[in-house]
Design a protein around this ligand. Structure first.
Ligand code: NDP
Length: 328
């Protein structure tokens, strides 16, 4: 059989971590023939909770789970890591300014970037940042890991992508798998731009099937952008199972490919479509079966799309500027 791969998960005993670890260990992420070793990082005060999660993982008797590391030391968590899912982040506390939040997280992700640089398996590593502000946290981690290809870092917009697919499937009375060429541009935040202009179902354009520009602009886009807040309002807690599920989708597709289909990933920008080089920006991507992603090229954005793109681009530049002096 295959050798086990090492999967580091930070914030492992948090809400998302609690959903994520079990899905990884069951084989949902890397398939039913890929053994895994979970390397869990938590804060010292959460180590006891992590022990409980680890006991539950044992009790599932997952055939693929070959080991669990429980640690508060990033060097240990990232030792030989083939995958790193960076979920733990400093939440916004009452009265905290956006800039303070960015800086608090900049410190966490600087430490983790350095630890990845020193310890991870650089030839195989795939990093997914889930902890918010995810795009900028990815940038900070990557910049602190100079010996790792920045293309090995990414931030998650797959949940936004999946939320969009679900809304579109409902609106058109189709299945999520029927919808092609939908994507999220930009930041994982309320400025993200869910774009249906290239979308199609069975070769017919989504805009013509929906034929309701008002719905797209006043209903669809805001629903996707504000879905997180709607879930908090309904559940009294932020989305966790769906976020974990999107992280599983992101890593699986990044490893095994997307069958020629589009998905959305926030990845290192070389300046494609006018985003600033060096930002982690969500693009439509296609992943080949060997696990290499390519940004979909040659798309023509209309005036409305350009305005939305510009808004989310400007926000990412602003975030980067707020933490610039903390970058190496
Ligand atoms: P969650 O597991 O609910 O969320 C973790 C992070 O994911 C947050 O930054 C959250 O952002 C983000 N996130 C991204 N997308 C989504 C989404 N769609 N829905 C919800 N969240 C999303 O947080 P918990 O507080 O339950 O757990 C965090 C854990 O991380 C704790 O156990 C804590 O001890 C640990 N931690 C570890 C650190 C470390 O290892 N150095 C540092 C800080 C914390 P948002 O805040 O915007 O909801």
């Amino acid at each position: 059989g295959k050798q086990p791969v090492r999967i580091a998960v930070t914030g492992a005993s948090g809400q998302i971590g609690y959903q994520l670890l079990f899905r990884i260990a069951s084989g949902s992420m890397l398939g039913p023939d890929q053994p895994v070793i979970l390397q869990c990082l938590e804060l010292p005060q959460a180590m006891n909770a992590l022990k409980g999660v680890s006991m539950e993982l044992d009790d599932c008797a997952f055939p693929l789970l070959k080991g669990i590391v429980q640690t508060d030391d990033p060097n240990r968590a990232f030792a030989g890591a083939d995958y790193a899912l960076l979920v733990g982040a400093r939440p916004r506390s009452k009265g905290m300014e956006r800039g303070d939040l960015l800086k608090a997280n900049a410190e966490i992700f600087s430490v983790q970037g350095k630890a990845l640089d020193k310890n991870a398996n650089k030839d195989t590593l795939r990093v997914l940042v889930v902890g918010n502000p995810a795009n900028t946290n990815a940038l900070i981690a990557a910049r602190n890991a100079p010996s790792i290809d920045p293309k090995r870092f990414s931030a998650m917009t797959r949940l936004d992508h999946n939320r969009g697919l679900a809304q579109l499937a409902e609106k058109t009375g189709s299945s999520v798998t029927d919808i092609e060429k939908f994507c999220i541009w930009g930041n994982h935040s309320a400025t993200q731009y869910p774009d249906i202009n290239f979308g199609s179902i069975n070769g017919k354009s989504l805009t013509s099937i929906i034929n309701d520009d008002e719905w797209v602009k006043k209903n669809f886009i805001p629903t996707v952008q504000q879905r997180g807040a709607a879930i908090i309002a309904a559940r009294g807690l932020s989305s966790a199972a769906s976020a974990a599920s999107a992280a599983i989708d992101h890593m699986r597709d990044w490893t095994y490919g997307t069958n020629g289909q589009w998905t959305s990933m926030a990845i290192y920008s070389e300046g494609e479509y006018g985003a600033d080089k060096g930002l982690y920006f969500s693009y439509p991507v296609i992943v080949s079966p060997n696990g290499k992603y390519e940004i979909v090229k040659g798309l023509q954005l209309d005036q409305f799309s350009k305005e939305r793109f510009e808004k989310t681009r400007a926000e990412l530049v602003e975030e980067m500027t707020a933490i610039k002096e903390l970058l190496p």
